[in-house]
Design a protein around this ligand. Structure first.
Ligand code: ADP
Ligand code: MG
Length: 232
């Protein structure tokens, strides 16, 4: 399998008051195509920073990030946004659905942005994706009328809008009850089985039964990197 994600000696420093915070500290990480990786670690260990670097939302202070065939440093801000819209599906803890749009419209938004899916196919693709994540019947409702688990499924459908090879999720189950969280993680496992490379930041204790690899961060460094029990 090819190297899907390559993080080479990456440092991310944030200014703070008169000093600075080293959020990511000379981190190296290779992720192969098709892996399902959990990033774990305490609050403040650098998980969100790492995910934002992988998504090109943020730039490293130094070091190199390659995602798919793309050296992220080679892209301008608008180039990064276009690349992200095409290649990366993002899922967040608080769903971040637009409240005034219906669920289907939320899923269509990244299609409108990327322009890859023909206009006439966007609605039916949104319906297909909502069916895929198990909430087809919620398509024309507003997000606020859905349960937390349903909103996260809608956000996952939105992340799949342009059929990205990478899914990055930052504590996607952090706002869900245990049963709902399990169901959402199973959905990620299914999407991984279809060939997507997935990196998920999580606090779920039983994540090891689902992912293929668990990377633990402390102070912006990897302290353990373990292959887990899950097989595919
Ligand atoms: P985690 O997601 O594991 O909780 P973060 O990546 O959010 O960790 O944060 C890592 C470190 O960087 C923490 O010390 C945090 O306070 C700091 N940090 C994160 N974002 C910023 C920012 N925008 N400005 C300053 N410091 C930040
Ligand atoms: Mg975080």
């Amino acid at each position: 399998m090819g190297q899907a994600i390559q993080v080479l000696d990456v440092v991310k420093v944030y200014p703070l008051g008169n000093g600075e915070v080293v959020a990511i500290d000379h981190l190296d990480l290779d992720i192969a195509q098709g892996e399902f990786v959990a990033i774990v670690g305490r609050s403040g260990s650098g998980k969100t920073t790492l995910l934002n670097l992988l998504a090109g939302i943020d730039r490293p202070t130094s070091g190199k990030l390659r995602v798919g065939d793309t050296d992220l440093a080679s892209l301008s801000e608008s180039g990064l946004a276009a690349w992200r819209g095409d290649s990366v599906g993002l899922v967040f803890q608080f769903f971040q659905l637009l409240p005034t749009l219906t669920v289907a419209e939320n899923v269509m938004l990244p299609m409108d942005f990327a322009g890859k899916i023909p206009v006439g196919r966007r609605r039916s693709r949104a319906e297909h994706l909502l069916d895929r994540v198990g909430i087809a019947e919620q398509a024309d409702k507003l997000p606020a009328t859905l349960s937390g688990g349903q909103q996260q499924r809608a956000a996952i459908a939105r992340a799949l809008a342009n059929d990205p090879p990478f899914l990055l999720a930052d504590e996607p189950t952090g706002n869900l009850d245990t049963t709902t969280a399990d169901a959402v993680l199973k959905l990620f496992a299914e999407l991984n089985a279809e060939g997507r490379t997935i990196v998920v930041v999580t606090h779920e204790r039983d994540i090891r039964s689902i992912v293929s690899r668990e990377v633990t961060l402390v102070d912006g460094r990897i302290i353990t990197d373990q292959t887990t029990g899950a097989t595919r």
